[in-house]
Design a protein around this ligand. Structure first.
Ligand SMILES: NC(=O)c1ccc[n+]([C@@H]2O[C@H](COP(=O)([O-])OP(=O)(O)OC[C@H]3O[C@@H](n4cnc5c(N)ncnc54)[C@H](O)[C@@H]3O)[C@@H](O)[C@H]2O)c1
Length: 473
């Protein structure tokens, strides 16, 4: 990253200010950004970086915090956080006159059109979120809205769990203002993806800009502020955007832990984990890709469960604890049980399974989660029929045949090749295939009194007449 920060003495023109940016953003677009008056509530890592970068991009900024020490520092042009490049940038934008600070919510709301809320949302002892600061700020902002003659946009940047914006923040804003979100003012959620240490660079080069909102004004205004960034600008629902931030952070934490667990078991086996992980990351088809990242059914087959068990055994013999990798098989079993519970909860007794092998295009039944599920239904005394044209029981051989004979000895009597008849007769359909025959049978032969449990993420989930339920959606 190269920050080009001019040594500014006095108030520069907007055009000058817009030239102090790191590489990445589209310069022409930046020059075309319409200057806005923006307030930022909460001047910690997220708020201070937003304050400085938005000022640099030509906006008139007001920072608000309850910490008078932070406000004093900012008045002197000093950033209240330690971050690469932030001191120079903050000094420049404060001296340039595009940043002022206050502890008055009224002044900040009166003199701006957009407010970014970046206050902390720390974890309580039990892991739940402490929403005290964000609720308080929503009440305070709401109380100022009736005095405004122009429409105000409130952008929540703090990380909050799904439902918080609509069920906590919106009611707090509406109760204290007597106004209605969407009609009288705008509200949206924009997850922040920057990382401490590289936050200015991350601000200018985010992986995505995501805005959760059902409000066109909010989406258009944020596009005008961030549309120049070198990434996709995506509009989605507020709940999706809220969950996305948690999913991203959980994924990052999981990646660190995965690399470290592979490190410990490699160390115990005399293998260089850096070399292993470097090669692992070179596979951009299956490893560093979207492969295996679509919610669906449990994994199975002849390799993943077997090799995972072997790795865990290797670690156990070397006295190496791998809590995360050890949690995978139990989690997979929980997923199968979750699907079984949905079927049992329906109280229907006649079950049709569309698919039996562990994935499409194979007749391999070894460790197929669908076989495990079928065993559970048989154990519960339910009537079961199975359609899977890939599986010809008479032709199964070797370990594949032994596995199914040990799991479901009378499997042949449960199989049918008449998909239409099976779809008509079953009360619950468990759909694990997306073949044209299956999709056509679902379209033609389902009824509203049937339950369809989709475990394969059907391409057109409602192209049938049954009651639809996704396995985890
Ligand atoms: N730090 C990160 O890298 C990062 C990245 C993405 C998202 N987030 C999320 O952004 C939010 C802020 O994180 P942070 O690290 O900047 O927090 P922080 O603790 O550094 O800063 C929060 C600031 O809010 C101020 N504040 C609290 N109550 C206030 C009020 N009523 N009015 C005005 N200011 C108030 C505090 O004084 C503090 O300066 C959190 O929800 C966090 O999870 C953080």
């Amino acid at each position: 990253m190269s920050l080009q920060i001019d040594a500014l003495g006095t108030n520069p023109s907007l055009r000058d200010r817009r030239s102090w940016r790191s590489e990445g953003a589209d310069a022409e677009f930046v020059a075309a950004i319409e200057p806005r008056r923006i307030s930022v509530f909460g001047l910690g890592y997220v708020g201070a970086v937003s304050l400085a970068c938005l000022a640099r991009d030509g906006h008139e900024m007001i920072g608000v915090d309850i910490d008078s020490g932070k406000l004093d520092l900012l008045r002197k042009g000093q950033a209240p956080i330690v971050e690469t490049g932030i001191q120079e940038l903050m000094r420049a934008v404060v001296r340039g006159g595009s940043v002022t600070v206050t502890d008055s919510v009224r002044d900040a709301i009166d003199s701006t059109d957009v407010s970014f809320v970046c206050v902390g949302t720390p974890a309580k002892q039990n892991g739940s979120q402490d929403l005290t600061a964000i609720t308080r700020i929503a009440e305070q902002i709401g109380a100022q809205l009736p005095a405004k003659s122009s429409r105000h946009l409130i952008v929540i940047r703090s990380t909050v769990k799904p439902g918080t914006v609509q069920e906590v923040i919106r009611p707090a804003l509406e109760a204290s203002s007597g106004l209605q979100a969407g009609r009288d003012f705008s509200l949206c959620f924009q997850p922040e993806f920057l990382r401490e240490g590289t936050s200015i660079n991350d601000y200018d080069n985010p992986p995505l800009t995501v805005v959760g909102t059902d409000d066109d004004y909010a989406a258009d205004l944020l596009r005008s502020l961030f549309g120049h960034l070198p990434c996709e600008f995506i509009r989605t629902s507020i709940r999706t955007a809220e969950m996305l931030k948690y999913a991203c952070n959980a994924f990052h934490a999981m990646k660190v832990t995965f690399a470290n667990e592979i490190g410990r078991v490699s160390q115990a086996s005399g293998v260089d984990p850096h070399e292993v992980m470097k090669l692992l990351c070179m596979d951009r088809q299956l490893n560093i890709s979207s492969a295996y990242l679509r919610p669906g059914f449990a994994f199975g087959g002849s390799c993943l469960p077997k090799d995972l068990k072997a790795l865990l055994y290797l670690a156990k013999n070397a006295d190496v604890d791998l809590p995360m990798l050890s949690g995978i098989l139990p989690s997979n079993a929980t997923h199968i049980e979750h699907a079984v519970e949905q079927v049992l909860a329906s109280r229907h007794r006649s079950i049709g399974m569309l698919g039996l092998s562990f994935k499409a295009g194979t007749d391999d039944l070894r460790e197929s989660p669908l076989v495990l599920m079928a065993e559970r239904f048989i154990g519960k005394g339910l009537q079961l029929r199975i359609y899977d044209p890939e599986v010809n029981v008479a032709r199964l051989i070797g370990a594949n045949r032994r596995f199914i004979e040990e799991s479901i000895p009378h499997i042949a009597s449960l199989m049918t090749d008449d998909v239409a008849d099976m779809v008509r007769e079953a009360q619950v359909l468990i759909v694990a295939m997306r073949s044209p025959e299956v999709l056509a049978a679902l379209r033609a032969h389902t009824r509203p009194d049937q339950l369809l449990i989709d475990i394969v993420a059907l391409p057109a989930p409602h192209a049938h007449r049954a009651r639809y339920q996704g396995v985890c959606w």
